[in-house]
Design a protein around this ligand. Structure first.
Ligand code: PLP
Length: 392
């Protein structure tokens, strides 16, 4: 698109980044339309259908005439269902009035960063990490301070290292477990250390992105940041339905805000999108309160695929893949191939028809890695790995 020279865009626009997984998806679709066989291990979305009981709840809601606006923070029965789910799974009491229902996981990070970010402020974020953190921090004018995640720690953070990054200018710190793109899981002991250290920095708010909280393997337990009463008055929790219930396209998520911030967050919601559509909110109640066996089945499938992809990746010369503890991503170290991450992403797509995402799409500490989303069948994963071995 040409930008006529007379238009002057706000400076923030030149700092706004993107999520390359969507660009890879578009290129993969274009190649498919040209008749190429493409195996998509790029985009981070479950390949399953939303469970039928959830779909039916939305259809019923539309038939019953739920066509209008809802309260901006979400309908009360949904916020009560979220509070009950948090109590059951995280063992923490949350007031439904502190919950904000939003269109997906992303609005929570956008609102949290806009609330704290401006020139002169610093925001600490995981790197490699979900690319939108860094993008929105830059957009806000704040300085994006990377929290490096190391392969040798299973891509968990080191609390000591994170705490050493805090300055008087730090306004917000973003943590994510289980993590995208690494599948890393922060152990409870490390979270305890971070929480204890943060008590000494009362000027720092925390955004805890726990969107993969139900996607853990080998009996790992989720270490939620909600568990620390001393941090609750400055903790923002991000979670949602996209990944757990295969509902990425429905656009619904939720956040928990401290009492002193929920009003500002709701005002951002009113300015931005008014509310999430009512049928989706009613479907989200069914997701939380209805049978969970479809979620269990999806997780069993992901567990099997994880094993297959990690074994297969470790069989490719130059690849070394740490076992991911959660989410549905493998993030092998590809330094041994001698090929840069982005160059390898392009070669895999163009020569082997395999869509993946370069580690550099997740920040500069992602160089030397490449992300495989194993939201695809075991058969396709095996075929993809065979094609990669062939071209390398
Ligand atoms: N947070 C993380 C860590 C993610 O990986 C994603 C999506 O990939 C999101 C948030 C955004 O989720 P949603 O699609 O619900 O906006």
């Amino acid at each position: 698109m040409n930008n006529p020279a007379s238009l002057v865009l706000a400076s923030g626009m030149s700092r706004l980044g993107t999520e390359s997984a969507f660009e890879v998806l578009a290129r993969a679709k274009a190649l498919e339309e040209q008749g190429r066989s493409i195996i998509n291990l790029g985009i981070g979305q479950p390949d399953f259908q939303t469970p039928q009981n959830i779909v039916e709840a939305a259809v019923k809601a539309l038939r019953d005439g739920h066509h209008g606006y809802t309260p901006a923070n979400g309908i009360r029965p949904l916020r009560e269902a979220v509070a009950a789910d948090i109590a059951a799974r995280r063992g923490v009491t949350v007031d439904p009035d502190n919950i904000l229902v939003v269109p997906g996981g992303k609005p929570t990070m956008f609102f949290a960063v806009l609330m704290f970010g401006e020139p002169g402020a610093e925001i600490i974020y995981p790197n490699p990490g979900f690319p939108i953190y860094e993008s929105v921090i830059n957009y806000s004018g704040a300085t994006a301070v990377p929290m490096p995640l190391h392969e040798k720690n299973g891509f968990s953070f080191s609390a000591e290292e994170v705490l050493s990054l805090i300055t008087p200018k730090t306004r917000l710190i973003i943590v994510n477990t289980p993590a995208n793109p690494t599948g890393g899981v922060v152990p409870k002991a490390e979270m305890d250390k971070l929480a204890a250290g943060l008590e000494k920095h009362p000027h720092v708010a925390i955004l805890s992105d726990e969107i993969y909280s139900r996607m853990l393997y080998d009996g790992r337990e989720h270490a939620t940041m909600l568990a620390y009463p001393a941090l609750r008055d400055r903790l923002i929790l991000l979670d949602g339905w996209s990944k757990t219930y295969a509902m990425t396209g429905w656009r619904i998520g939720y956040s928990v805000w401290p009492a002193n911030l929920i009003g500002a967050a709701t005002r951002l919601a009113i300015n931005d999108h008014s509310c999430v559509n009512a049928p989706t909110q009613l479907a989200a109640i069914e997701a939380l309160t209805g049978p969970q066996d479809e979620v269990d089945k999806m997780m069993a499938a992901f567990a099997e695929r994880r094993k297959v992809i990690v074994d297969e990746l470790n069989d490719i010369p130059g690849f070394n893949c740490t076992e991911p503890g959660g989410a549905f991503y493998a993030f092998p170290n590809i330094a041994g191939t001698g090929i840069g991450s982005k160059a390898l992403q392009d070669r895999l797509l163009n020569e082997a028809g395999i869509a993946t995402v370069s580690g550099t799409s997740f920040g500069r500490f992602g160089e030397g890695y490449i992300r495989f989303s194993y939201a695809n069948s075991v058969e396709n994963i095996r075929e993809a790995m065979a094609r990669i071995r062939k071209i390398l």
